[in-house]
Write a protein that binds this ligand. Structure first.
Ligand code: CAA
Length: 384
């Protein structure tokens, strides 16, 4: 059985990011939701604080932090702005972690400094128009020609597709080999064969761009293949395990922000001659909200600790993602209800959080996919 303990260093990181997030990131979150402006300036400031290469080793200009520190920081950013948090999450948990795990020395020394400084924001392109929950059925191809591959295909719903500086993309190198015929590549955004397609007009996370990426005879040198040929599905699944802890952290951050806002409102708002926080109906709702958030937080920490200890954490990451993402959707609804009619307006941040949280049960694997991962692992373990 594994356990975790928050150290003084963890608490210091949390308090540093909390202060920055509430002062700087939160100040313009509502405005960004309206203008859809990508938070580039804040991401650069976050890089200065070490938040854009948090788990990248120190020798590559990273912070060398553990996953517990990372989820603490990510939750604090999500507390103020979920759009900024998802960019940070894909960049750190998926892109940096995949290069750390599968990249060679040359790739690490070329890409980590650019990523850790936020000179390049990382994106991850697995999903296609007809391959979402089932990425093995993807149609993108990569054909080897001498010292390079030629990539063709369309990727969809790519976080930071327009604003990224590099993207990890998967494509089939062997059509007949199913998941073993998929490979992963690092593609620089300025590659002339990489074209940004339409940008989605989303109900939430509006300051984080989500686009199509088209690969049109895109030439990628062999040196930029991530892992061996045929490793792409493993790269993607491993990346998503880590990414799902990140979505749990985003969920916890947004949920905590909702609870704090609901408590503040309930202590101010008067009806029937008293603060509404005096009514038992409101108090019990607040108690339930706080308990659910705490449960999700522990699942998040536990999955992060297992990852830090080098144990298999796929089941725990999916459990944390499943519970936390469904939890935050209950919490945003309850917080909005406590705010009454005002919660339905843009005068209060609850309305934005309600919209932002909706995708958490969908991206990086739907709740249904998490249940498949969890049940597959449990049933497999019981057999062995
Ligand atoms: N780590 C490493 N390897 C893994 C793995 C993991 N967590 N899970 C599976 N694999 C390996 C298996 O060991 C197996 O390999 P071998 O044959 O060599 O043993 C191989 O992958 C195939 O495994 P399965 O048969 O279980 O694969 P499957 O086709 O049935 O799919 C799935 C499994 C869990 C449903 C998977 O397809 C999945 O996770 N789907 C959801 C995809 C997803 O989350 N997409 C989100 C897009 S990214 C995004 O949203 C990012 C963003 O921008 C915000």
């Amino acid at each position: 059985m594994s356990y975790y303990r928050l150290t003084d260093e963890h608490l210091m990181i949390q308090s540093m990011v909390r202060e920055f997030s509430r002062k700087v990131v939160g100040a313009t979150a509502a405005e960004r939701d309206q203008t859809k402006e990508f938070p580039r300036e804040n991401l650069e400031k976050m890089a200065e604080l070490g938040l854009m290469g948090m788990m990248v080793p120190l020798e590559y200009n990273g912070e060398g932090a553990d996953t517990i520190s990372y989820v603490l920081a990510l939750s604090e950013i999500a507390y103020s702005c979920a759009s900024t948090a998802v960019v940070m999450s894909v960049h750190n948990s998926i892109v940096c972690e995949s290069i750390k795990r599968f990249g060679n020395e040359d790739q690490k020394s070329r890409y980590f400094p650019q990523l850790a400084s936020a000179e390049k924001i990382g994106a991850f392109a697995l999903t296609e128009p007809h391959a979402g929950s089932d990425p093995v059925s993807q149609a993108a191809t990569a054909v080897k020609k001498g010292d390079h591959y030629v990539l063709n295909g369309t990727k969809r719903f790519i976080t930071s597709g327009k604003n990224c500086g590099l993207v990890i993309v998967t494509a089939k190198t062997d059509e007949s080999a199913r998941h073993k015929g998929i490979s992963a590549f690092i593609v620089n955004k300025d590659n002339p064969g990489l074209v940004v397609g339409r940008e989605e007009d989303k109900m939430g996370l509006r300051a984080s761009d989500t686009t199509d990426l088209m690969f049109e005879n895109c030439i990628v040198p062999v040196e930029d293949r991530l892992g061996e040929e045929g490793d792409g599905f493993k790269v993607a699944m491993t990346a998503l395990d880590g990414g799902r802890i990140g979505i749990a952290a985003q969920s916890v951050g947004v949920a905590q922000a909702c609870l704090d806002a609901a408590v503040k409102y309930a202590k101010k708002r008067e009806q029937f001659g008293q603060k509404i926080s005096k009514f038992q109906g409101i108090r019990w709702t607040i108690a339930d909200m706080a308990t659910e958030i705490e449960a999700a937080r522990h699942l998040m920490f536990y999955a992060a600790a297992m990852k830090d200890m080098g144990e298999r954490f796929s089941t725990q990451a999916s459990m944390a993602k499943l519970f936390a993402s469904e939890m935050v959707n209950r919490i945003t609804g309850k917080a909005l209800q406590i705010h009454g009619g005002y919660g339905f307006t843009r005068d209060y941040p609850i309305e934005r959080m309600y919209r932002d949280a909706r995708v958490f049960t969908i991206y990086e694997g739907t709740s249904e996919i998490q249940r498949i991962v969890i049940s597959n692992n449990i049933l497999k373990d019981r057999r062995s």
